[in-house]
Design a protein. Structure first.
Length: 617
């Protein structure tokens, strides 16, 4: 071997030896850190995070902090301390906000020698948002690179048990401001806060949603053994006192979330850091997801024997004539192939002919014609449509869309609709009695459209049919959205529900009209259905039911009561109510899961249709 080769070999050995020393020599020696900090005060990250939702050192300047970088984004990096305090209530990690976060790399040992502690609300304009403890305006130095990452905290079995029932039950007011009990063992909100910024991993995860339009996915740990109520489809369903804090929302901050379907099983641990944004705690995976995808079975209605009357409700999510033909074709397939062309189909969110364009157009004639034509082209019947144009921009919903309720019906099945009068957007429909039988002054009509509870909200549409010699009143509703209500993981607890009072008032208005019908004709068959925008145990629903209506939702097993998924929670927003005598003739209620199992950007709507079968012989 030549002398030059020997020299090169010695240089390589020396480099590797020193590199190994550098990697293994972590900042665990107080004296060493004191030297690095030039004898400035050393602060541990758990001291900054504290035990609670806000830092006890908020607005203080930190002289010296050190740790290992676990993840890097364009706005900063996550720094985790290797010296722990042994208290699960305090996090050992923190986000260091810096516009040049890319200057550091995962595995770097970083010394932050001056920074301000701030509580940052990540959601722009969201006052009811929790905050993230951050170090801002930092001065820092990369001391060495290539260090192994801190050991990830296991969420679930073999690690920290995730609360599976309570999100927060110790706060009445603002989180972190009223000295309430901080209880990570019981409260999901406190549990995830105690892990803020930390490296975690989830074993044997199962997807309880498909990938949504924001490239998010919700999973549960340990194949869901300690999770709540699962539908037959694998969706996690809420109950009156259980909003499933065991849900883990995966976010695409660091990796791309692929098209994953509900039921997918993850064959490798999901690793990443815990953060918070848009009213939710999130796990931001830092490694590629390894999984076996779920399988979607084609949902289809199963009618009972005989010739029952079928009535369905379907929120078609802002369908307008300007939409691509594929949307109408998808709806037609759902109506004909999955719902089997129901006798009556009540649609919500049918927009005017130019959709979201804020013009003077309010008519939905073209939109409705395209719906009917698409159904016929798919082999379905020729439906007749019932609707009333709203006043421009007076119904809420998508701006400029002038959404409304449309009732489609099949005259070929024996349904008779006798139109009466031309009700306008503000025409008050009243009950009249003809030949001893109750009828409407305007058919179709709107139920108390001038009532203040319907201001800037969708008005209820009522139509009077005759079927096999009996009166049948169908009332389509779309109550006010829950959009302005507080998030489950918001700063204000319990979550405020400012929209609830409007829904309750709308429900009472519809119930009062139903009561008038039944007081005039006790044998009348009444169906109220649509997007209730509230849960089946709420005051909204109880106000709508009163003593006059029965909720068909209760005929379903509790685990299968969902038609919509929000933030990983299956919930029953679309409901059908029947007058007491008609409820006795109910043969079957079915939720046809056509959309909630799909990748959201590929789904036709964000709601599933619901169909009821009635034995009116």
């Amino acid at each position: 071997m030549s002398i030059y080769r020997v020299i090169i070999l010695l240089v390589i050995i020396s480099f590797l030896f020193n590199s190994c020393r550098l990697i293994s020599k972590l900042p665990t020696d107080e004296a060493e850190i004191a030297v690095l900090c030039k004898n400035k005060k050393i602060t541990r990250i758990h001291e900054i995070q504290g035990v609670g939702h806000r830092s006890p050192l908020e607005n203080s300047t930190i002289q010296c902090v050190t740790g290992i970088v676990t993840a890097v984004s364009g706005t900063g990096f996550y720094l985790q301390d290797l010296i722990e305090d042994g208290d699960d209530c305090s996090s050992e990690a923190i986000f260091v906000a810096h516009s040049s976060g890319s200057m550091v790399k995962k595995g770097d040992r970083v010394l932050v020698y001056q920074a301000m502690v701030k509580e940052h609300k990540p959601t722009l304009g969201q006052l009811n948002s929790l905050s993230i403890t951050q170090l801002v305006n930092p001065k820092f130095e990369v001391l060495s690179s290539g260090h192994p990452l801190p050991k990830a905290v296991i969420l679930g079995k073999g690690g920290r048990v995730i609360p599976n029932l309570i999100i927060e039950n110790d706060v009445k007011g603002y989180v972190g401001r009223d000295n309430a009990l901080f209880d990570p063992e019981e409260d999901g909100m406190d549990f995830f806060e105690s892990l803020e910024g930390m490296l975690v991993e989830v074993h044997n995860a199962v997807a309880v949603t498909s990938t949504n339009r924001y490239n998010e996915l919700t999973v549960v740990a340990d194949e869901g053994v300690d999770a709540g109520l699962f539908a037959d489809t694998g969706v996690l369903v809420i109950r009156e006192n259980d909003y499933n804090p065991e849900r883990i929302l995966l976010d695409d901050t660091f990796i791309q979330i692929p098209k994953i379907y509900v039921g997918a099983k993850f064959t490798e641990p999901i690793r990443g850091v815990i953060s918070y944004d848009y009213g939710n705690y999130r796990l931001l995976p830092t490694e590629k997801l390894v999984y076996e995808n779920g399988k979607i079975d084609q949902a289809k209605a199963e009618p009972p024997g005989g010739k029952p009357l079928s009535i369905a409700t379907y929120n078609v999510e802002n369908l307008a004539a300007t939409d691509e033909s594929a949307r109408f074709e998808a709806l037609a397939e759902h109506v004909v192939d999955s719902l089997l062309s129901p006798d009556i189909l009540v649609l919500q969110e049918v927009l005017d002919d130019d959709g979201a364009t804020d013009s003077k157009t309010v008519s939905a004639q073209l939109t409705i014609e395209k719906i009917i034509k698409a159904i016929m082209l798919n082999g379905g019947p020729e439906y007749h449509a019932i609707s009333i144009d709203p006043e421009r921009n007076s119904e809420g919903g998508i701006s400029g869309g002038n959404g409304r309720i449309v009732i489609l019906y099949r005259p070929d099945t024996g349904l008779k609709f006798n139109g009466l009068g031309e009700a306008g957007a503000r025409t008050e429909t009243e009950l009249i009695v003809e030949d001893g039988r109750v009828a409407l002054s305007h058919n179709p009509g709107r139920i108390w459209p001038n009532n203040s509870c319907f201001r800037n909200s969708r008005k209820a549409l009522i139509a009077h049919f005759e079927y096999k010699g009996e009166n049948l009143f169908v009332i389509g509703v779309h109550f006010s959205s829950k959009g302005e209500d507080g998030p489950l993981y918001g700063e204000i607890q319990p979550p405020p529900l400012p929209s609830e009072s409007r829904r309750i008032a709308q429900a009472k208005a519809v119930n009062a009209f139903v009561k008038q019908i039944l007081e005039t004709d006790a044998s009348a068959n009444v169906v109220v259905l649509g997007d209730i925008n509230d849960f089946y145990w709420t005051e909204t629903v109880h106000s709508l039911m009163g003593e006059e209506l029965k909720n068909t939702t209760l005929s379903l097993p509790e685990r299968n009561r969902y038609s919509y998924i929000y933030q990983g929670n299956g919930q029953m927003m679309d409901q059908i109510f029947l007058s007491a005598s008609l409820h006795q003739k109910m043969l079957s209620l079915q939720v046809i899961h056509l959309n909630t199992a799909e990748i959201e950007i590929e789904a036709f709507s964000d709601h599933d249709p619901v169909i009821v079968y009635l034995g009116l012989e």
